[in-house]
Design a protein around this ligand. Structure first.
Ligand code: PRX
Length: 629
């Protein structure tokens, strides 16, 4: 594969990279295409099962696929207990650095101990298998401990990104009917404290199901503790109930592991449901091959555990592979733009996985910052969350990777759970392309009629066969699951992205074709931003669109019609921007709010965002025959 001649700008892997790689490309692609279920079954056998499955894939009730049917396992057991029985017991599982320079580390042994203790705390609060537990924190070890503790006792975790705000947290607590909320008092971001507990208190006012709130002390700033509901994590962890040993709950392969909310085309964010068995096999396998994890590696995924990238590739994937994972709490440029490079040197990081927006942001400060540090420990780099522009790819490759580290540009989604279009170190790379579907996956690019498009033509990116880490359903809304993903082309999974495939079969993802905006790699729905705007007393109607942005990839632009009695002013615009930040979270703050007298609508009253976008970009709005006025 590596000696194949490809068109365009191609970076061939070196002999050393190919030799080191866990993935032997030709063998893997061939085996997985000839025996797809056999490929996944072979990987599943590397993990521990209390009882083996009877069937690898059950597709009798499409699109509700089941994997490793009849198998009994527990992902937390595979993440921790399995390693504690081996010499990895004393290997570091997690190294953590706080934004303020604090340092903590956990061996596999001590991470299991903390997890067991916390699992016992949860049990003492009455949490049982199937209960939902929401976690709302910054990037701190307790987030990982909390997730693993839930998994251990079979509770379903729902992590809400610490950058979300009152309404987002409230909606997620309510929809998941969570019994317990685990929250930090606050988190550090760019030297400032984000008062998470205060936001949670506001959200909790209307969240009826939450019985207990466990508060992790991170910043030590004063917080309100409601008697009978709120308890300090560290106090509970020092009680006798926080025993070091906690029996593992034996889970069915198809039992839910977690739900994670993500934005869709319409309405409220939806909870994507993942399971213990298939998800475990998917993330374990993809991380092993794509990031070429070896025993001696220190691996850093700089995402947030509050997003799928963090779930799959900070928490579960690295631990399943027995790796040493590094987690950093704060901002990349705090206190100076060399913070990341300093930590890579200090901890000897071998693998760095981040988002194009972070690369573009750091690139802006110039080469001198990374050049002050010894980055020679790096072996592999990764990118995720949005298309990476070739200029940023090349900078990352040359300045950070010193032209020796291949870049794994991984395309995937909350729903896919694992890498789907991705290079492996043995593949030649083209800057801006995620190369090819992971071995065995049948992906395609199709036109309006579902027919494959010709090379280099743009079309809908779809997936044509099931995969183990796939979303099982939308929590409590199976109809929405079918409608959203499986109804446009029956039997085919619709990703919501557009893409093209070149003559070498390399995929180039272009972006979303629905009303989802990717801002700095974060996924937001126009509906969420619009409903935050109309929740302000001055706003009658609102429309949000994404427009290209040099660093963020896309930025949010909004258009607002005021209610009568309100007049346009700079202070009102500023207030509306802050209001969206308060309701949804700082990441959703619009770049601008333009106050207008009317919005382009179809005759049935649907806002034509396409027309707004074309106008903002100075382009032809295309077919406007359905436009009302
Ligand atoms: O549009 C694609 C973009 O991110 C979307 C999924 O967002 P989310 O569920 O938040 O998961 C992000 C992390 C896996 C996709 O539909 N996307 C993700 N990775 C890439 C990408 N676009 C281009 N290239 C990528 N590597």
């Amino acid at each position: 594969m590596s000696d194949q001649q490809l068109s365009g700008d191609v970076y061939y892997p070196s002999k050393e990279v190919i030799k080191h790689a866990n993935a032997k490309c030709d063998d893997l692609y061939q085996f997985a295409s000839e025996n797809y279920e056999g490929f996944w079954e072979k990987e599943a056998k590397n993990l521990h099962w209390f009882k083996k499955w009877n069937k690898v894939l059950d597709d009798s009730n499409k699109p509700f696929y089941k994997w490793f049917v009849g198998g009994k396992t527990n992902i937390a057991y595979n993440c921790l207990d399995v390693h504690v029985e081996t010499p990895r017991r004393n290997k570091l599982a997690l190294i953590w650095e706080g934004e303020n320079g604090e340092f903590r580390s956990f061996s596999y042994f001590s991470l299991r101990r903390e997890t067991c203790k916390f699992a016992n705390v949860l049990k003492s609060l009455g949490v049982v298998k199937g209960d939902r537990v929401t976690l709302y924190m910054g990037r701190i070890p307790e987030l990982m401990i909390g997730m693993l503790a839930c998994a251990r006792i079979g509770a379903i975790h729902s992590v809400v990104y610490g950058g979300f705000s009152v309404e987002s947290l409230h909606e997620r607590l309510e929809d998941s009917q969570s019994k317990v909320l685990i929250v930090a008092d606050g988190s550090y971001q760019r030297g400032k404290v984000v008062q998470l507990k205060k936001i949670a208190d506001e959200a909790l006012q209307r969240a009826a199901t939450v019985e207990s709130v466990l508060v992790v002390k991170r910043t030590g700033e004063p917080v309100n503790m409601e008697a009978g509901r709120d308890m300090w994590y560290h106090e509970l962890m020092s009680l006798p109930i926080a025993n070091n040993s906690c029996n593992i709950e034996v889970m069915d392969a198809e039992d839910p592991l977690f739900m994670l909310y993500t934005s869709g085309t319409t309405g409220k964010p939806k909870a994507i449901l993942h399971t213990h068995g298939g998800y475990m096999v998917g993330v374990y396998t993809t991380l092993k091959y794509v990031f070429d994890i070896h025993e001696e590696d220190r691996y850093w995924c700089a995402a947030d555990p509050g997003w799928i990238t963090g779930h799959s590739y900070i928490v579960y994937g690295p631990l399943l592979n027995g790796a040493t994972s590094f987690m950093y709490e704060g901002a990349p440029t705090h206190p100076y733009p060399n913070r990341w490079w300093q930590m890579i040197e200090k901890y000897g990081i071998n693998i760095l996985y981040t988002a194009p927006t972070a690369i573009r942001g750091l690139m802006r400060y110039g080469e001198a910052w990374p050049n002050r540090h010894d980055l020679s420990s790096l072996r592999i780099l990764g990118s995720v969350g949005e298309p990476i522009n070739p200029e940023a790819w090349k900078w990352y490759h040359r300045v950070i990777g010193k032209e020796k580290c291949p870049i794994m540009d991984t395309w995937w989604q909350t729903e896919t759970g694992m890498f789907m279009i991705t290079p492996m170190p043995c593949l030649p790379l083209k800057p801006g392309s995620g190369t090819k579907p992971f071995p065995g996956l049948k992906m395609d690019i199709v036109d309006e009629n579902g027919e494959s498009v010709k090379p280099n033509e743009e079309g809908y990116l779809v997936i044509k066969n099931p995969w183990p880490a796939m979303v099982r359903t939308i929590y409590n809304d199976p109809d929405r699951y079918v409608n959203q993903y499986w109804s446009r082309f029956p039997g085919v999974y619709m990703t919501g992205d557009s893409a093209r495939r070149d003559v070498d079969g390399y995929y180039w993802v272009i972006g979303r074709v629905d009303d989802v905006i990717k801002v700095s790699g974060y996924r937001l729905g126009t509906a969420e931003i619009e409903s935050a705007l109309v929740s302000h007393p001055a706003v009658a109607e609102a429309a949000a669109i994404g427009l290209p942005h040099d660093i963020k990839g896309n930025a949010i632009y909004t258009y607002v019609i005021l209610k009568s009695g309100f007049t346009k002013s700079d202070s009102l615009v500023e207030e509306l921007i802050m209001h969206v930040g308060h309701e949804v979270g700082p990441i959703a703050k619009p770049e601008s709010v333009e106050i207008v007298d009317s919005l382009p609508k179809t005759r049935s009253g649907k806002i034509m965002r396409r027309v707004l976008k074309a106008k903002a970009l100075g382009l032809d709005p295309g077919n406007i025959s359905t436009l009302e006025e």
